[in-house]
Design a protein around this ligand. Structure first.
Ligand code: NAP
Ligand code: SF4
Length: 674
């Protein structure tokens, strides 16, 4: 008897059966663009072996003008068919099914050649699109249909037609982007003509026994977006046109509401799909922030959908489904919704990977194989770097001992998990703990390791992390001046008016911690109110007329940095705007270009510019120092002095731009090479 009867139940599509209810949603990994087809194939085959019923590839362009950017993968030629056959063959041999996503980006295409229903430039692209004429529209339909037919020829089990997230087909649906007055614009019947025609023509081309998933934007989260009635009308029309399954799209890319970040509550949008249940006769898939089997099971058991789409959780753990089926859920590497190695990489033009799983998209290159020479390995520091090194070394068969002076594993992750909106970090620490407990590792907590404890190991790994940087501000020794560690770890008492010195990731985190009462991430109605999300049955696009209505801030915060540029520029590419918006909503004052003069009874004295002018006193009861970190290398230096060789990793190696992504990757790769 499984704990996940709904999740693991097969789904009969008539002409074929899916073995469970897990769809791996489409991700732009950049793998297809490497043209290393064996590598792409292994990425998908690993997930098929891990039990996913149906996967969707990254978005594949049907033509140049519709591709997300020049050089993006397309399906237009027999050579493309040959290449993609490598993928489909590998997936089928692994017992999985795979559909190719056809993505026409419309005005979101990063190219001067981009096309759209009307010449309305997107706020997230520098290129104004060219409006299509009748002939141009026919060419787009025909190219999309050709891509579907070629996908079928390449052995795919189906295609997903990308009709959401504000891409081309979505752009025809709403008056926000469709200003046409011909048969493709005006009334809703006219505006939905293109998506419906695309599905009808694909079905005509591919025959009955081929999956067509239509990804439908069920809540646009942009002004003048679709209403729920229009969503129902489109869903019915798409079903009639021949779609096999409807998948849920949430929010356009230009929406100013977070939809997948870690601070979005789990299953935050399952209710949106549920509104469509019973309105059509084909299966519905729900999506967004479903990251663990129990969440997926509940969503299905409550009748929100027939299937769940998970994308990033399958980057984090290729064996997600197999582990759920084997009741080893504690062993699933949890996707923490950070975007740091997936979407941030995509938008930075880098190949995707995963913070918790550096093997994601590197399956053929980073392999963890049994060692031929078993060594003793001493690791100091049980933060993400040390744990990753230790666990990988132990997995390879080495005899590993970890020392940490704290009473639990996790290092700085234990501070991150205190921050409202970062609750997923709890799961990450728990996962590390479970794996250590289940391994052959000897764990010595509450233990300060010295040179004598380490010199007899064959390999010594120093992952002692960082210590706070001393900003050297006159008056910082006063009792009301705290470090971020005092606040986040030791829960020191903090006043009502707070000056935060340093606006890096930690300055933002501390501000969010101090300004937020109960975490809206754990309270969906509150989170929806905070970001202005409403029912699309009541208001177009699902944007509340009243706008965002956050809870009042619990403290008055002033956040500062010395750099003159806007605060938060160095935060995650795809999540920085959320942190900035969240603090702005809580009236946090953000000041750049400051000099810190002194702290005294009046508060924090600052000035501006080289001439140290425009003096100002920040009235505050508490000052919190978040002025960055430096490597803790005391032990590494002592070992070196004694002639004991060691590997230094994580923050102890490089404190600048220290983050868990680099720490885990570095620890894993070191252990693979031992
Ligand atoms: P950080 O990002 O390097 O930021 C340090 C801050 O301190 C900057 O605002 C810097 O701005 C200021 N600063 C530097 N030297 C200073 C000095 N001598 N006196 C006063 N201010 C000084 O470091 P962090 O905030 O400690 O974060 C550490 C790392 O943890 C981050 O790099 C990040 O990778 C990770 N982290 C990430 C997140 C996230 O949201 N992704 C959250 C938490 C932590 P000025 O030099 O302009 O004053
Ligand atoms: Fe999830 Fe972060 Fe990994 Fe992306 S990088 S898959 S968000 S854990």
């Amino acid at each position: 008897m499984t704990n996940y009867p709904h999740l693991l139940a097969p789904l009969d599509l008539g002409f074929t059966t899916l073995k469970n209810r897990v769809l791996m949603g489409s991700m732009h990994t950049g793998l297809e663009e490497t043209k290393d087809w064996a590598r792409v194939a292994e990425f998908y085959a690993a997930r098929a072996r891990g039990g996913v019923a149906l996967m969707v590839t990254g978005g594949i362009g049907p033509n140049l003008e519709g591709s997300v950017l020049p050089g993006a993968a397309m399906m237009t030629t027999d050579k493309d068919v040959e290449n993609h056959t490598v993928i489909t063959k590998a997936v089928h041999e692994a017992g999985g099914k795979i559909a190719m996503q056809i993505l026409h980006a419309g005005r979101y295409a990063y190219s001067p050649k981009c096309v759209a229903p009307s010449p309305v430039k997107s706020p997230i692209s520098p290129f104004p699109p060219t409006a299509l004429d009748e002939e141009g529209i026919e060419k787009q339909i025909s190219d999309i249909v050709t891509a579907a037919a070629l996908a079928q020829k390449a052995g795919y089990d189906g295609v997903e037609v990308m009709g959401s997230e504000g891409y081309f087909l979505n752009q025809f649906l709403v008056t926000h982007t469709n200003k046409r007055e011909d048969r493709w614009g005006g009334s809703y019947e006219n505006r939905m003509r293109l998506p419906v025609e695309v599905v009808r023509r694909i079905r005509e081309a591919v025959g009955e026994n081929f999956i067509i998933i239509y990804r439908l934007s069920m809540i646009d989260l942009v002004p003048n977006g679709s209403t729920h009635d229009e969503v129902v009308q489109l869903a019915k029309a798409v079903e009639a046109a021949g779609a096999t399954i409807i998948n849920t799209g949430i929010g356009w890319h230009e929406a100013r509401v977070p939809t997948i970040a870690t601070s979005v509550p789990r299953r935050a949008f399952a209710w949106v799909t549920k509104k469509l249940m019973g309105q059509v006769n084909i299966p519905l898939i729900t999506s967004n922030r479903i990251n663990m089997p129990d969440v997926a099971e509940d969503v299905l058991a409550e009748g929100c959908a027939d299937m769940v789409s998970m994308a990033r959780p399958l980057l984090a753990d290729a064996d997600f489904v197999a582990k759920a089926a084997a009741d080893k859920v504690d062993h699933i590497a949890p996707c923490i919704g950070c975007n740091q190695a997936c979407l941030d990489h995509t938008f930075g033009g880098k190949l995707t990977s995963c913070l918790v799983n550096p093997r994601a998209c590197h399956e053929t290159e980073l392999q963890i194989t049994p060692t031929e020479t078993v060594k003793t390995v001493g690791v100091v520091g049980a933060g993400p770097a040390g744990l990753s090194a230790a666990l990988t070394a132990a997995e390879r068969g080495h005899k590993v001992t970890i020392f940490d002076r704290s009473d639990r594993v996790g290092g700085q992750l234990n501070m991150a998990r205190q921050v409202p909106g970062k609750e997923e970090f709890h799961g990450l620490v728990d996962w590390f703990e479970t794996r250590v407990n289940d391994s052959t590792i000897t764990l010595k907590l509450n233990t300060e390791a010295g040179v004598d404890d380490l010199k007899h190991f064959d390999e010594v790994i120093i992952a002692t992390g960082v210590v706070p940087r001393d900003p050297g501000i006159p008056g910082q020794d006063r009792a009301n001046v705290l470090t971020y560690i005092d606040v986040l770890r030791d829960k020191a008492e903090v006043g009502q008016k707070v000056a935060v010195i340093g606006a890096g990731g930690i300055g933002f985190d501390v501000s969010e911690y101090l300004v937020t009462g109960d975490s809206p991430t754990l309270d969906l109605p509150e989170w929806m109110k905070e970001w202005g999300v409403a029912d699309p049955a009541e208001v177009r696009g699902g944007l509340a007329e009243s706008g965002p209505q956050p809870e009042a801030p619990t403290r008055q915060i002033t956040l500062m940095q010395r750099k003159a540029k806007a605060l938060g520029k160095g935060l995650g590419k795809t999540t920085g705007w959320i942190h900035r918006a969240a603090l702005k909503m809580k009236n946090v004052e953000m000041i750049g270009g400051v000099n810190y003069e002194r702290i005294d009874d009046d508060g924090l004295h600052i000035s501006f510019g080289e001439a140290r002018e425009n003096p100002r006193v920040i009235d505050c009861d508490t000052v919190v120092l978040c002025s960055g970190q430096i490597s803790e290398r005391t032990l590494a230096d002592a070992l070196e002095e004694e002639g004991v060789a060691c590997h230094v990793i994580g923050g102890a190696d490089v404190a600048a731009e220290l983050d868990a992504k680099r720490a885990i990757n570095q620890g894993t790769r070191l252990a693979v090479a031992l």
